[in-house]
Design a protein around this ligand. Sequence first.
Ligand SMILES: *Cc1c(COP(=O)(O)O)cnc(C)c1O
Length: 469
Amino acid sequence: MRYVSTRGAAPSREFDDVLLAGLAEDGGLFVPETWPRFSLRDWHAMRGLTYAELAARVMAPFTAGAVSEAALREICAEAYGGFGHAAVAPLVQLSPRLWMLELFHGPTLAFKDMAMQVLGRLFDLVLAARGQRVTIVAATSGDTGSAAIAACANRALVDIVVLHPAGRVSEVQRRQMTTVAAANVTNIAVQGTFDTCQDLVKAMFADAPFRQRVRLSAVNSINWARIAAQIPYYVAAALALGGPERAVAFSVPTGNFGNVLAAHAARCLGLPVGWLMVASNHNDILHRFFTRNDMRLVGVEPSFSPSMDIEVSSNFERLLFELLDRDPAATAATMRDFRASGRMAVPEAAWRRAGAGFAAERLDDAATLAEIARLYRDTGYLADPHSAIGVAGARELAGRLDAAVPVVALATAHPAKFPDAVRRASGVTPALPARLADLFDRPEIYITLPPDLAAIEAAVIGATERSAA
Ligand SMILES: *Cc1c(COP(=O)(O)O)cnc(C)c1O
């Protein structure tokens, strides 16, 4: 499988290059040169597989030429073997037509684990074949950092350094990062905000001698391998609910558009995915786009669903590329104009095409708390704020669709990850799962540094030299 850039000015690449590079050299995002298709017979043959086996089967066409299905099977068995639920991504029925797809049974209790646990192992495999090491540097406001650390801890050929804003992440989130005792993990609390951390990471990538010295790499949400590893749970859910003979609709709490793009990819593979509901909080750029073709930058306001607090969804460019008939010049021009003007001009015809497969919903904080309360009262199900936004979108979608179409809401975080909002809405304090019950007793390891590039780079170099020694 070869990958092309959405902006058309970078050479096509194999999966292993795409995994390690993240972004294409022309600033575009990698997409498959052509979409693989599974036949009816292929879908049927996936029934009854374990989640890990199914995941390897679904990902295999995307890694073909770089990673074999047999290697993927081993990686997936290991990656999902550590999950807290034997089904890995169980479906829970809420009402006659509504299901939750729980994606939070991984080590850090959020859906990022579904892809990250595979990604860390793919890095090791691909790097071993090349005789290389990399240093992954990331800035986090919470979730992504802990999922990346859980994925990279104790990987042989990867060092990971995560910058978080000192005193500005929740205690659960900080402890999920700082209590991982692995020689290749370094946590730095930066005296600044999340933006400070992000600027420092950008500055490290811009420092070419430093970048080469530590062989800097990233696992951010635009990495195609993350999208590929998020497709299988849509397949598993659809097959469990009667697919491929029956279309299934999904409602996805959305931030950077990675998760819902994976659902779109499942549709491109030939899975009968019905409508996709893009559910947002009050940072509603996607809602404005899908409902009235108004994609304008307006800044970002904190919410109870912080993992969806985005100004612009980085993976949207992949959908844009499809909406523009895979025309890289048009995609590049649209993105250039967007950067310059803060407003994305999508032609009317392309926008209508988006409306044929996607719907959008938007919940502010008050509506999010009300949804948590309503769901708990009506069903006894305790949802975190992100998942509650997905449920509200699913109910809205169910109202619009034929009664024969099951609607699945994605539960992207465990309620115990956001206890304050959940308590406020429901009066119940969600308990951490048993395997994390000692989180508050484990020793923390992190260093605190001022927002000074030289000091941070010195810490990164020190960390990589320590773990290589
Ligand atoms: C990252 C995240 C999301 C948003 O997913 P995207 O792929 O960025 O759209 C939603 N909920 C939770 C809990 C997350 O961690």
